[in-house]
Design a protein around this ligand. Sequence first.
Ligand code: KG4
Ligand code: ZN
Length: 334
Amino acid sequence: MKILAIESSCDDTAVAVVEDGRNVISSKVNSQIEEHRIYGGVVPEIASRRHIENISNLTRLVLKDADLSFEDINAVAVTYAPGLIGSLLVGVNFAKGISFARNIPLIPVHHLRSHIAANYITNPSLKPPFICLIVSGGHSHIVEVKDYTKMKIIGKTRDDAAGEAFDKAARMMGLPYPGGVIMDKMAESGDENKFSLPHPNITNGKYDFSFSGLKTAIINQIHNMKQKNQQLPVNDLCASFRKAVVDCLITKFTSAAQNLGYKKLVIAGGVSANSLLRRNLESECKKRDWELYKPSIDLCGDNAAMVGSQAYYEFMDNNIASMDLNAYATKTIE
Ligand code: KG4
Ligand code: ZN
Protein backbone atom coordinates (compact mmCIF):
# COMPACT_ATOMS: atom_id res chain seq x y z
CA MET A 1 0.00 0.00 0.00
CA LYS A 2 1.50 3.33 -1.11
CA ILE A 3 0.66 6.33 1.06
CA LEU A 4 1.32 9.95 0.10
CA ALA A 5 2.11 11.74 3.38
CA ILE A 6 1.96 15.46 4.15
CA GLU A 7 3.52 17.22 7.16
CA SER A 8 3.14 20.97 7.83
CA SER A 9 2.72 21.22 11.62
CA CYS A 10 5.45 23.80 12.22
CA ASP A 11 8.09 25.35 9.96
CA ASP A 12 8.95 22.42 7.67
CA THR A 13 6.86 21.62 4.61
CA ALA A 14 7.36 17.90 4.03
CA VAL A 15 5.99 15.32 1.60
CA ALA A 16 6.80 11.62 1.23
CA VAL A 17 5.60 8.39 -0.33
CA VAL A 18 5.90 5.37 1.97
CA GLU A 19 5.00 1.79 1.14
CA ASP A 20 3.50 -0.54 3.76
CA GLY A 21 4.67 1.60 6.67
CA ARG A 22 8.36 0.81 6.37
CA ASN A 23 9.66 1.44 2.87
CA VAL A 24 10.32 5.11 2.06
CA ILE A 25 10.09 5.55 -1.72
CA SER A 26 10.73 9.29 -1.65
CA SER A 27 10.83 11.94 1.07
CA LYS A 28 11.54 15.65 0.83
CA VAL A 29 11.60 18.43 3.41
CA ASN A 30 11.47 22.11 2.57
CA SER A 31 12.86 23.93 5.62
CA GLN A 32 11.98 27.53 6.40
CA ILE A 33 14.58 27.90 9.15
CA GLU A 34 16.66 30.58 7.40
CA GLU A 35 13.65 32.87 7.13
CA HIS A 36 12.48 32.41 10.77
CA ARG A 37 16.02 32.68 12.17
CA ILE A 38 16.11 36.46 11.87
CA TYR A 39 13.15 36.60 14.30
CA GLY A 40 14.77 34.16 16.75
CA GLY A 41 11.95 31.63 16.40
CA VAL A 42 9.08 30.48 14.19
CA VAL A 43 6.63 33.22 13.11
CA PRO A 44 3.33 31.32 12.63
CA GLU A 45 1.90 33.69 10.02
CA ILE A 46 5.00 33.39 7.84
CA ALA A 47 5.10 29.61 8.29
CA SER A 48 1.55 29.09 6.96
CA ARG A 49 2.18 31.34 3.97
CA ARG A 50 5.32 29.43 3.01
CA HIS A 51 3.50 26.09 3.36
CA ILE A 52 0.85 27.36 0.91
CA GLU A 53 3.52 28.41 -1.57
CA ASN A 54 5.58 25.22 -1.31
CA ILE A 55 3.25 22.30 -0.82
CA SER A 56 2.02 21.69 -4.39
CA ASN A 57 5.45 21.85 -6.01
CA LEU A 58 7.02 19.70 -3.31
CA THR A 59 4.33 17.05 -3.89
CA ARG A 60 5.04 17.11 -7.61
CA LEU A 61 8.77 16.75 -6.93
CA VAL A 62 8.25 13.79 -4.58
CA LEU A 63 6.01 11.96 -7.05
CA LYS A 64 8.53 12.59 -9.82
CA ASP A 65 11.39 11.37 -7.64
CA ALA A 66 9.36 8.26 -6.73
CA ASP A 67 8.57 7.76 -10.43
CA LEU A 68 4.89 7.54 -9.54
CA SER A 69 1.71 9.36 -10.51
CA PHE A 70 -1.43 10.02 -8.45
CA GLU A 71 -2.97 6.82 -9.94
CA ASP A 72 -0.37 4.77 -8.03
CA ILE A 73 -1.21 6.31 -4.64
CA ASN A 74 -3.61 4.29 -2.46
CA ALA A 75 -4.21 6.80 0.36
CA VAL A 76 -3.23 10.27 1.52
CA ALA A 77 -2.10 10.94 5.10
CA VAL A 78 -1.70 14.22 6.93
CA THR A 79 -0.54 15.56 10.29
CA TYR A 80 -3.70 17.10 11.80
CA ALA A 81 -2.50 17.78 15.41
CA PRO A 82 -0.77 19.12 17.44
CA GLY A 83 1.05 22.13 16.02
CA LEU A 84 0.61 25.67 14.71
CA ILE A 85 -3.01 25.84 13.65
CA GLY A 86 -2.52 27.88 10.47
CA SER A 87 0.31 25.59 9.37
CA LEU A 88 -1.66 22.41 10.09
CA LEU A 89 -4.69 23.72 8.17
CA VAL A 90 -2.61 24.09 4.99
CA GLY A 91 -1.61 20.40 5.06
CA VAL A 92 -5.07 19.19 6.11
CA ASN A 93 -6.83 21.07 3.31
CA PHE A 94 -4.28 20.03 0.72
CA ALA A 95 -4.66 16.38 1.74
CA LYS A 96 -8.47 16.68 1.66
CA GLY A 97 -8.25 18.01 -1.89
CA ILE A 98 -6.19 15.01 -3.00
CA SER A 99 -8.46 12.56 -1.17
CA PHE A 100 -11.57 14.08 -2.77
CA ALA A 101 -10.14 14.39 -6.27
CA ARG A 102 -8.62 10.90 -6.34
CA ASN A 103 -11.31 9.23 -4.24
CA ILE A 104 -8.75 7.68 -1.89
CA PRO A 105 -8.84 7.39 1.93
CA LEU A 106 -7.73 10.34 4.07
CA ILE A 107 -5.66 9.23 7.10
CA PRO A 108 -5.25 11.63 10.04
CA VAL A 109 -1.91 11.31 11.87
CA HIS A 110 -0.95 12.68 15.30
CA HIS A 111 2.41 14.45 15.11
CA LEU A 112 3.96 12.74 18.14
CA ARG A 113 2.79 9.30 16.99
CA SER A 114 4.59 9.98 13.72
CA HIS A 115 7.79 10.91 15.58
CA ILE A 116 7.67 7.45 17.20
CA ALA A 117 7.13 5.88 13.76
CA ALA A 118 10.41 7.37 12.50
CA ASN A 119 11.89 4.44 14.42
CA TYR A 120 9.97 1.86 12.35
CA ILE A 121 11.74 3.20 9.25
CA THR A 122 15.24 3.23 10.80
CA ASN A 123 14.78 -0.07 12.65
CA PRO A 124 12.81 -2.48 10.44
CA SER A 125 12.58 -5.14 13.17
CA LEU A 126 11.10 -2.79 15.80
CA LYS A 127 7.55 -3.62 16.90
CA PRO A 128 5.51 -2.50 19.94
CA PRO A 129 5.24 -2.95 22.88
CA PHE A 130 8.01 -0.65 24.10
CA ILE A 131 8.53 2.48 26.17
CA CYS A 132 9.33 5.73 24.37
CA LEU A 133 10.86 9.06 25.31
CA ILE A 134 9.48 11.73 22.96
CA VAL A 135 11.44 14.97 23.16
CA SER A 136 10.73 17.77 20.70
CA GLY A 137 10.42 21.55 20.54
CA GLY A 138 6.91 21.44 22.00
CA HIS A 139 6.70 18.20 23.99
CA SER A 140 8.57 15.99 26.45
CA HIS A 141 6.70 12.76 27.12
CA ILE A 142 7.39 9.28 28.40
CA VAL A 143 4.88 7.03 26.65
CA GLU A 144 4.02 3.36 26.90
CA VAL A 145 3.54 2.23 23.29
CA LYS A 146 1.37 -0.83 23.85
CA ASP A 147 0.58 -1.20 20.15
CA TYR A 148 1.05 0.88 16.97
CA THR A 149 -2.05 2.94 17.81
CA LYS A 150 -2.40 2.36 21.56
CA MET A 151 -0.37 4.66 23.78
CA LYS A 152 -0.41 5.75 27.39
CA ILE A 153 1.38 8.85 28.68
CA ILE A 154 3.12 8.11 31.96
CA GLY A 155 5.19 11.27 32.28
CA LYS A 156 5.37 14.71 30.74
CA THR A 157 6.84 18.13 31.26
CA ARG A 158 5.15 20.44 33.75
CA ASP A 159 6.44 23.54 31.96
CA ASP A 160 8.93 23.88 29.08
CA ALA A 161 9.66 21.09 26.62
CA ALA A 162 13.27 19.92 26.40
CA GLY A 163 13.79 21.45 22.93
CA GLU A 164 12.16 24.68 24.00
CA ALA A 165 14.54 24.91 26.99
CA PHE A 166 17.54 24.42 24.66
CA ASP A 167 16.22 27.04 22.23
CA LYS A 168 15.58 29.63 24.96
CA ALA A 169 18.96 29.10 26.65
CA ALA A 170 20.69 29.37 23.26
CA ARG A 171 18.89 32.61 22.49
CA MET A 172 20.19 34.12 25.75
CA MET A 173 23.71 33.28 24.63
CA GLY A 174 23.11 34.93 21.27
CA LEU A 175 23.15 31.63 19.37
CA PRO A 176 20.97 31.22 16.25
CA TYR A 177 17.60 29.41 16.15
CA PRO A 178 17.06 26.46 16.55
CA GLY A 179 19.41 26.55 19.52
CA GLY A 180 19.36 22.85 20.42
CA VAL A 181 21.38 21.87 17.38
CA ILE A 182 24.12 24.46 17.83
CA MET A 183 24.26 23.99 21.62
CA ASP A 184 24.82 20.29 21.08
CA LYS A 185 27.73 21.02 18.70
CA MET A 186 29.35 23.62 20.97
CA ALA A 187 28.90 21.42 24.05
CA GLU A 188 31.17 18.79 22.47
CA SER A 189 34.21 21.00 23.18
CA GLY A 190 33.00 22.41 26.52
CA ASP A 191 33.42 21.41 30.17
CA GLU A 192 30.13 19.93 31.40
CA ASN A 193 31.18 20.28 35.05
CA LYS A 194 32.07 23.97 34.81
CA PHE A 195 28.68 25.21 36.04
CA SER A 196 26.63 23.38 38.58
CA LEU A 197 23.01 23.68 37.47
CA PRO A 198 19.90 22.37 39.25
CA HIS A 199 18.54 18.96 38.23
CA PRO A 200 14.84 19.62 38.89
CA ASN A 201 13.11 16.56 40.24
CA ILE A 202 9.33 16.36 40.45
CA THR A 203 8.50 14.04 43.30
CA ASN A 204 4.70 13.99 43.25
CA GLY A 205 4.47 13.23 39.51
CA LYS A 206 6.89 10.33 39.43
CA TYR A 207 7.91 10.49 35.77
CA ASP A 208 7.16 14.16 35.02
CA PHE A 209 9.85 16.64 33.96
CA SER A 210 10.40 20.31 34.68
CA PHE A 211 12.88 22.43 32.74
CA SER A 212 11.88 26.01 33.54
CA GLY A 213 13.98 26.19 36.76
CA LEU A 214 17.00 24.94 34.88
CA LYS A 215 16.39 27.49 32.14
CA THR A 216 16.12 30.30 34.73
CA ALA A 217 19.34 29.12 36.41
CA ILE A 218 21.34 29.35 33.18
CA ILE A 219 19.74 32.69 32.28
CA ASN A 220 20.76 34.08 35.73
CA GLN A 221 24.26 32.74 35.24
CA ILE A 222 24.49 34.48 31.84
CA HIS A 223 23.08 37.77 33.25
CA ASN A 224 25.60 37.75 36.09
CA MET A 225 28.53 37.30 33.75
CA LYS A 226 27.22 39.92 31.32
CA GLN A 227 26.79 42.44 34.16
CA LYS A 228 30.39 41.86 35.21
CA ASN A 229 31.44 42.34 31.59
CA GLN A 230 32.89 38.84 31.55
CA GLN A 231 33.28 37.00 28.27
CA LEU A 232 30.67 34.20 28.11
CA PRO A 233 32.31 30.75 28.15
CA VAL A 234 29.69 29.61 25.65
CA ASN A 235 31.03 26.08 25.12
CA ASP A 236 31.11 25.38 28.87
CA LEU A 237 27.62 26.86 29.37
CA CYS A 238 26.29 24.69 26.53
CA ALA A 239 27.99 21.57 27.92
CA SER A 240 26.75 22.14 31.49
CA PHE A 241 23.20 22.88 30.34
CA ARG A 242 23.10 19.89 27.98
CA LYS A 243 24.39 17.61 30.75
CA ALA A 244 21.67 18.78 33.17
CA VAL A 245 18.84 18.31 30.60
CA VAL A 246 20.11 14.91 29.49
CA ASP A 247 20.61 13.70 33.10
CA CYS A 248 16.98 14.59 33.92
CA LEU A 249 15.66 12.87 30.78
CA ILE A 250 17.69 9.69 31.31
CA THR A 251 16.97 9.40 35.05
CA LYS A 252 13.19 9.55 34.60
CA PHE A 253 13.13 7.43 31.45
CA THR A 254 15.26 4.59 32.83
CA SER A 255 13.41 4.56 36.13
CA ALA A 256 10.07 4.35 34.26
CA ALA A 257 11.40 1.46 32.15
CA GLN A 258 12.74 -0.31 35.23
CA ASN A 259 9.55 0.06 37.28
CA LEU A 260 7.19 -0.86 34.43
CA GLY A 261 9.32 -3.78 33.27
CA TYR A 262 10.30 -2.58 29.78
CA LYS A 263 13.57 -3.79 28.25
CA LYS A 264 12.93 -2.20 24.86
CA LEU A 265 13.52 1.57 24.91
CA VAL A 266 12.89 3.99 22.04
CA ILE A 267 13.65 7.70 21.65
CA ALA A 268 11.93 10.10 19.25
CA GLY A 269 11.55 13.79 18.31
CA GLY A 270 13.96 16.59 17.39
CA VAL A 271 15.92 16.38 20.66
CA SER A 272 16.52 12.63 20.13
CA ALA A 273 19.27 13.83 17.74
CA ASN A 274 21.18 15.10 20.78
CA SER A 275 24.55 13.38 20.81
CA LEU A 276 24.94 13.21 24.61
CA LEU A 277 21.43 11.79 25.04
CA ARG A 278 22.18 9.12 22.43
CA ARG A 279 25.60 8.24 23.92
CA ASN A 280 24.63 8.18 27.59
CA LEU A 281 21.37 6.35 27.07
CA GLU A 282 23.18 3.78 24.93
CA SER A 283 25.62 3.06 27.77
CA GLU A 284 22.84 2.98 30.42
CA CYS A 285 20.96 0.42 28.30
CA LYS A 286 24.10 -1.66 27.68
CA LYS A 287 24.75 -1.84 31.44
CA ARG A 288 21.28 -3.28 32.01
CA ASP A 289 21.20 -5.43 28.89
CA TRP A 290 18.26 -3.42 27.48
CA GLU A 291 17.66 -2.73 23.77
CA LEU A 292 17.76 0.93 22.64
CA TYR A 293 16.24 2.11 19.34
CA LYS A 294 16.97 5.56 17.90
CA PRO A 295 15.78 7.19 14.67
CA SER A 296 18.50 8.03 12.14
CA ILE A 297 19.50 11.70 12.55
CA ASP A 298 17.69 12.78 9.37
CA LEU A 299 14.42 11.33 10.74
CA CYS A 300 14.64 12.92 14.23
CA GLY A 301 13.28 16.30 13.11
CA ASP A 302 10.00 16.90 11.31
CA ASN A 303 9.56 14.98 8.05
CA ALA A 304 6.76 13.28 6.13
CA ALA A 305 8.30 9.80 5.89
CA MET A 306 7.42 9.24 9.55
CA VAL A 307 3.85 10.41 8.84
CA GLY A 308 3.56 7.89 6.00
CA SER A 309 4.84 5.15 8.30
CA GLN A 310 2.42 5.83 11.17
CA ALA A 311 -0.44 6.33 8.66
CA TYR A 312 -0.15 2.71 7.52
CA TYR A 313 -0.80 1.48 11.06
CA GLU A 314 -3.61 4.02 11.59
CA PHE A 315 -5.23 2.74 8.37
CA MET A 316 -4.89 -0.87 9.54
CA ASP A 317 -6.72 0.21 12.70
CA ASN A 318 -9.52 1.76 10.57
CA ASN A 319 -8.60 5.29 11.50
CA ILE A 320 -9.87 7.05 8.39
CA ALA A 321 -11.12 10.64 8.34
CA SER A 322 -14.05 12.16 6.51
CA MET A 323 -14.09 15.48 4.67
CA ASP A 324 -14.91 17.36 7.88
CA LEU A 325 -11.47 16.57 9.41
CA ASN A 326 -10.25 19.58 11.39
CA ALA A 327 -6.78 20.60 12.65
CA TYR A 328 -6.02 20.96 16.38
CA ALA A 329 -3.26 23.01 18.02
CA THR A 330 -3.28 20.64 21.00
CA LYS A 331 -4.37 17.01 21.21
CA THR A 332 -3.19 14.15 23.36
CA ILE A 333 -1.22 11.30 21.77
CA GLU A 334 -3.53 8.82 23.52
O1 KG4 B 1 10.58 17.43 16.58
P1 KG4 B 1 11.07 18.74 16.12
O2 KG4 B 1 11.82 18.83 14.83
O3 KG4 B 1 9.89 19.77 16.02
C1 KG4 B 1 8.82 19.74 16.94
O4 KG4 B 1 7.92 18.90 16.77
O5 KG4 B 1 8.91 20.54 17.90
O6 KG4 B 1 11.99 19.32 17.30
C2 KG4 B 1 12.63 20.55 17.20
C3 KG4 B 1 13.43 20.77 18.45
C4 KG4 B 1 14.03 22.18 18.53
O7 KG4 B 1 13.74 22.70 19.82
C5 KG4 B 1 15.52 21.92 18.36
O8 KG4 B 1 16.33 22.87 19.03
C6 KG4 B 1 15.67 20.55 18.97
O9 KG4 B 1 14.53 19.85 18.52
N1 KG4 B 1 16.90 19.86 18.54
C7 KG4 B 1 17.90 19.52 19.38
C8 KG4 B 1 18.91 18.89 18.57
N2 KG4 B 1 18.46 18.87 17.29
C9 KG4 B 1 17.23 19.46 17.29
N3 KG4 B 1 18.04 19.69 20.70
C10 KG4 B 1 19.17 19.23 21.27
N4 KG4 B 1 20.17 18.63 20.58
C11 KG4 B 1 20.08 18.44 19.25
N5 KG4 B 1 21.07 17.85 18.57
ZN1 ZN C 1 8.09 17.45 15.59
